[in-house]
Design a binder for this molecule. Sequence first.
Ligand code: FEO
Length: 390
Amino acid sequence: MNPKKIVDNVYWVGAIDWDRRLFDQLIPLPQGTSYNSYLIQGSDKTVLIDTVDPAMTDLLLGYLKHLDVTSIDYVVTNHAEQDHSGSLPQVLAMYPNAQVICTTKCKPMLADLLLIPEGRIRTVEDGETLSLGDKTLQFIYSPWVHWPETMVTYLKEDGILFSCDFFGSHIASSDLFVENEAEVYQAAKRYFAEIMMPFRAPIQKNMSKIQDLAITMIAPSHGQVYGNPEFILEAYRDWVYGEPKNLVVIPYVSMHGSTKRMVEYFVGALMDRGVKVQQFDLVGADLGEMSSALVDAATVVVGTPTVLVGAHPLALYAAHLVNALRPKAKYVSVIGSHGWASKAVEQVSGILSNLNAEMLEPVIIKGFPKEADFAALDRLADQIAEGGRS
Ligand code: FEO
């Protein structure tokens, strides 16, 4: 495959990882991903924006050879994580005069993670510009998208924002530019949920910092290039600033059917009240889908049986994930069953300590649900429906 031209003298030279199915041995990648690197050939200077995952370095180096790139002056490293910085050692070896450009926080991270010699790294200040001759780069610190050292790089003359993980999506595609916005919306939302959602406050500041730039394209380092940047900017505004919707996310597990029957009844009760619901059977659930649902959810209800007097480990894992992702949910609760005693509520509520959410009256019952238990679930559904109307 050849490099792909984005505009005159700006090329995509990345790697498409069609078959990868896990990131960080944790995050499901149902559509694979890409590691986008970009080459900018100014009249005086040549710059590479980010590199690729180390496993795919050969692809990047092959593109550079294909374009007859005999000299690289700078390798802009927007982010130190190895899926973007991991090919730096080979690139720097191939181009011995190249200097890495990064934030002050990124420099020691590159030394720690990749053993890059300090003498090869030049740090830039927030807002600093760099002339490439007929093109100009501006470096804009954008901390916590999603590490402390992250920045974005703006190519002024072409209006391209190289945003690295910010605005990215895990999607492998033969399309250079976004063509199917509905598909990319779902992938970008899932990516936001898994990677960016815990950092909504810093993202608000970063969105403010770029709002006055004349952006004609956003070129992230995962997924496709946004030729219509307003599409993803508007989506981020909703995910970051928008109020949660009256959606209930129910991660649950059931051993002998009692908790499952409670979930079935409860979901029906919510639907009868006009409340949207997404339930996830934690045995085999795609936790990326659950994370995506959490972006909008006003309420999270964990359904769990009791094992050794506590919540089921799958329910505890889901609660831990919800807590780590810090969704904007306003309400949480627990429903489930036990045989003789349960500390499930204390355990789950203890785990959800990051959430600024009210605990609605849990429904923990003994054995299989009976009329009084269904009535308690109805009351919980009433509360949630009322919350959604307030
Ligand atoms: Fe795609 Fe944070 O690396």
